[in-house]
Design a protein around this ligand. Structure first.
Ligand code: ZN
Ligand code: ZN
Ligand code: ZN
Ligand code: ZN
Ligand code: ZN
Ligand code: ZN
Ligand code: ZN
Ligand code: ZN
Length: 680
C-alpha cells in the first residue's frame, strides 16, 4: 500500500458497493463480495460506473407536502453521501459524517471543508500512517495498572467520587457518559480521571485473575495490528472491544450517530478547557463502515435508520415528522412551498414547524406570544402595570383608586401620586401638590402605563371574540353528539341524513379557522397599502393621492378596500366569514329534531356549500401567503380601535357596538342591533 486508505492496513477499506442493501430496493447484500482475507488488497476507488441504477423511492403527495417513510430518507442520505464520497474520493461513512457537519449541503461542504473556519465536521481530512505491528487499544487505554502500586493518600471526597464512578460502571454506563456526567457536575476533570482509573484498575485486577481473557486483556491493551481497527484520527481499538462498545451504543437510540472515538486525548492534568460536551475525548466520529464491520445486518440497519432521522431533523425546514401516535410518515415540504398547515396521509393535520395543532395563518412565534399573553400571569402584570405605580421605597405595586393624591404603601411609606415624593414636609394637600412637575421618571412611567393599558384592552378585545367562537364550537359539538345519538337509536338511513353532519363539520371547521383569524387580526399591520386606480388599473402606493400612471384617478376614500390587502380588507374578510357561518348556524338554532331539518334539506345544503366555499377560499389565501407580509411581531401600536364593517368607522376597543350615529353594529358579528349579542 503506497497510499493511506484512511483505515490503516489492518482493516480493509470497506467496499462501497456493499451499501447497495440500503433502502428497500437495490441488490441484496452478497457476503461473497466482501473480501474475507484481511490481507487481500481492497480497491482504492470503487468503480462508480458499475453501480446498477436504483429505483428512486417516492412519497405520497398531500397538498403542499410529500409524505415519505424512513426508507425514503435512508435513500436520500445514501445518494447524497455517495455522490460526495465520489467527488472527494473518501469512504461513504466519512462522507456522511462530513455532510452532517454542513447540514447536508454538499456544495458548501465541498468548498468550506478546505477553509480554516469550517464547522465541526466530525472527521479529520488527513490521516497519519503508523507501522508498528502491535497497537494500543483505546478502550483499554485508560486502565492504568501502575496506579494501584502507588497507593496515594485519599481524601474522603476522593473515595466518594470513586464510589460514584464504581456505581455508574455497575449501571452499565460507558466511560464517556460517566466522565462527562461528572465533569458537568463540576468535578475537576483530573479528579474524575483519577477516580476512573483507580476503579478500572480494580476491575482489571479482577479480570486478570479470571481465565477467559481476550487478547486485549492479556496484552493489557496491546494487541496485534490485524486484530484491531483504526479510525482516521489514528486511534486504534481491538476488534473485541469495538464489538462490545458498538453493540452497547445501539441501545442509546439516535445518539448512536454521535458516537465518537473513545481515546482520551487531553494530557493536561488541570484541564479546564474540556468542559464542553466532547469532554477530554478525541472528536472523530465513528463512521458507518466501522459500525458495519461489527454490528451485523440488523445493527447497521438500525444505524442507517437513526442517521436518516438525523438527516431529516437537520433539515427541519424541509422535513417534519407526523406527530400522530405510531404514524411512521415524515412530511416533506414541496419545493417553493413554505406552508405551515401540514396534512399527513394518516389524516393528522398539524403545524409543520411547531407540531402543535395547525394554527395558520398565525406564524408559530405570534401564536406562542398570543398564548403567553393570555396566560394568567401576563394578563395580571399588564393590568397592574396600567393601574399601579411601584412604591418609591419598597417597589411594591400600589394601586391608585381614588382621586386623592395621598398614597400609602404597606411598607409604611407615604407619597404623593403626582410628584412621587415623600408626602410629609412640603405641604401636600389631598388634591393639591405644590411641587408637581412632570419629571422624567414619572413621564416614562406614564407612557409605559398608557401603552400597557392599550395593549391590555386590545388583547381583551380579541380574546373576548375568541371566547364567543369557542362557545359556538361547544354548542355545535353538543348538537352533533345529540344527533349522532339520535341516529344510533333509530333505524334511519345514514345516507339520507349525512348532509346534516357534513353541515355541522363545515361549521366546526369554519369556527376553528375563525379563531386563528382573530389571532391574526391582533398582529395585523395597520399600514396603508396600495390602491388600484379605477381609470387605468395601475397599482399605486398608499401614499399617492393621485394615480402616478395616468394622473386622472384619485385615491378612493376606503383605499384599502380597493387595494391589495391591508387590515380593513382582512377584517372585512373576517366579518364575512362570521356572516356565512351565522347563516348556517341559524338553520340549527332551534332545538330541532333530525326530521325537521330533513324538511329543510335543500336550504341547509345550499347554505352549507356557500359557507364551505368561503372557508376554502380563506384557507387558500392563507396558503398562498396573501396575509404573510401584514403579520407583525407585536400588535401594531398605531391601531387603537376596531373597524366597523357596516359604516367603516374606527371604534374604541372598549365599545362592544359601533358608536357611529344609527349604526349600532356589533363588534363581533358586524350586524346592526345584533340579535345574537342582544337576544331580545
Ligand atoms: Zn481492546
Ligand atoms: Zn481536557
Ligand atoms: Zn481518535
Ligand atoms: Zn401521520
Ligand atoms: Zn406552529
Ligand atoms: Zn407631590
Ligand atoms: Zn358602524
Ligand atoms: Zn353580535
Amino acid at each position: 500500500m503506497e497510499e493511506d486508505d484512511g483505515w490503516g492496513n489492518g482493516t480493509p477499506l470497506p467496499d462501497l458497493q456493499r451499501t447497495e442493501s440500503w433502502g428497500t430496493t437495490g441488490s441484496k447484500n452478497d457476503e461473497t463480495e466482501w473480501p474475507s482475507d484481511p490481507e487481500e488488497p481492497s480497491p482504492m476507488q470503487p468503480d462508480w460506473s458499475a453501480e446498477p441504477e436504483e429505483e428512486i423511492l417516492k412519497g405520497i403527495k398531500v397538498g403542499n407536502f410529500e409524505c415519505v417513510k424512513t426508507d425514503y430518507l435512508k435513500q436520500q442520505v445514501h445518494r447524497i453521501s455517495k455522490d460526495f464520497a465520489g467527488t472527494m474520493e473518501i469512504p461513504l461513512g466519512v462522507s456522511m459524517n462530513i455532510l452532517r457537519g454542513f447540514k447536508w449541503n454538499k456544495n458548501r461542504a465541498g468548498i468550506d471543508i478546505f477553509s480554516e473556519e469550517h464547522p465541526k465536521t466530525y472527521t479529520t481530512m488527513t490521516t497519519k500512517e503508523t507501522k508498528e505491528s502491535k497497537v494500543r487499544c483505546m478502550f483499554y487505554a485508560s486502565i492504568d495498572l501502575e496506579a494501584k502500586g502507588k497507593k496515594p493518600k485519599k481524601s474522603k471526597k476522593h473515595s466518594a467520587l470513586e464510589n460514584k464512578v464504581g456505581k455508574m460502571i455497575e449501571d452499565g454506563k460507558t466511560q464517556q457518559v460517566i466522565i462527562r456526567a461528572l465533569i458537568r457536575k463540576k468535578y475537576k476533570p483530573a479528579d474524575v480521571m483519577k477516580a476512573f482509573n483507580a476503579i478500572q484498575a480494580k476491575i482489571a485486577e479482577k479480570i486478570l485473575k479470571s481465565e477467559n481473557l481476550t487478547e486485549c486483556e492479556k496484552g493489557r491493551g496491546l494487541v496485534s495490528r490485524e486484530n484491531a481497527t483504526r479510525l482516521r484520527c489514528g486511534h486504534w481499538g481491538c476488534k473485541d472491544c469495538w464489538k462490545d462498545a458498538l453493540t452497547h451504543s445501539l441501545a442509546t437510540g439516535r445518539e448512536i450517530v454521535n458516537y465518537r472515538c473513545q481515546k482520551i486525548v487531553c494530557k493536561n492534568k488541570k484541564c479546564s478547557q474540556h468542559k464542553s460536551d466532547t469532554g477530554c475525548f478525541c472528536e472523530e466520529a465513528v463512521p458507518r463502515e466501522v459500525f458495519d464491520e461489527f454490528l451485523g445486518e440488523k445493527g447497521i440497519d438500525q444505524y442507517d435508520r437513526w442517521m436518516a432521522w438525523q438527516f431529516a431533523l437537520d433539515k427541519k425546514k424541509e422535513y417534519s415528522h407526523c406527530p400522530a401516535p405510531n404514524c411512521e410518515y415524515w412530511l416533506k415540504q414541496l419545493p417553493m412551498s413554505n406552508s405551515s398547515r401540514a396534512e399527513c396521509v394518516c389524516g393528522k393535520v398539524f403545524c409543520f414547524y411547531c407540531h402543535r395543532k395547525c394554527h395558520s395563518p398565525v406564524p408559530c412565534r405570534q401564536y406562542e406570544d398570543f398564548l403567553e399573553r393570555g396566560g394568567e400571569k401576563n394578563v395580571l402584570s399588564l393590568w397592574l402595570k396600567s393601574r399601579t405605580f411601584p412604591c418609591p421605597k419598597c417597589k411594591a405595586p400600589i394601586e391608585k383608586n381614588r382621586a386623592c393624591l395621598h398614597m400609602s404603601c404597606i411598607c409604611g411609606h407615604h407619597f404623593c401620586w403626582a410628584c412621587k415624593k415623600n408626602w410629609n414636609g412640603i405641604g401636600h394637600g389631598y388634591y393639591n401638590c405644590p411641587s408637581y412637575k412632570k419629571d422624567k421618571e414619572s413621564k416614562k412611567y406614564e407612557v409605559e402605563a398608557q401603552k400597557s393599558t392599550r395593549e391590555y384592552r386590545k388583547f381583551k378585545f380579541y380574546d373576548a371574540q375568541m371566547d364567543i367562537i369557542r362557545e359556538d364550537i361547544k354548542l355545535i359539538q353538543k348538537k352533533k353528539d345529540k344527533f349522532e345519538k339520535e341516529m344510533e337509536n333509530s333505524c334511519r338511513d345514514l345516507n339520507t341524513y349525512s348532509f346534516i353532519f357534513e353541515a355541522l363539520d363545515t361549521l366546526l371547521q369554519a369556527k376553528e379557522q375563525m379563531i386563528y383569524l382573530v389571532i391574526t387580526a391582533f398582529y395585523f399591520s395597520g399600514r396603508k397599502t396600495q390602491w388600484t386606480c379605477l381609470k387605468c388599473t395601475f397599482l399605486n402606493a398608499g401614499t399617492n393621492k393621485k394615480c402616478t400612471m395616468c394622473g386622472r384617478g384619485t385615491k378612493p376614500v376606503h383605499e384599502d378596500m380597493k387595494g391589495a390587502g391591508g387590515k380593513d380588507l382582512f377584517e372585512q374578510q373576517q366579518k364575512l366569514m362570521v356572516q356565512v357561518t351565522n347563516n348556517l348556524m341559524k338553520l340549527f338554532s332551534k332545538d330541532q329534531k333530525l326530521d325537521e331539518i330533513l324538511q329543510n334539506r335543500k336550504n341547509v345544503v345550499t347554505v352549507r356549500n356557500a359557507c364551505d366555499k368561503f372557508v376554502r377560499k380563506v384557507v387558500e389565501d392563507v396558503d398562498d401567503g396573501v396575509y404573510t407580509n401584514f403579520i407583525l411581531d407585536a400588535p401594531d401600536e398605531s391601531i387603537e380601535g376596531w373597524y366597523c364593517v357596516l359604516c367603516k368607522k374606527m371604534n374604541d376597543f372598549g365599545k362592544p357596538v359601533c358608536s357611529s350615529q344609527g349604526c349600532d353594529a356589533c363588534q363581533v358579528h358586524g350586524e346592526a342591533a345584533c340579535l345574537r349579542c342582544n337576544p331580545h
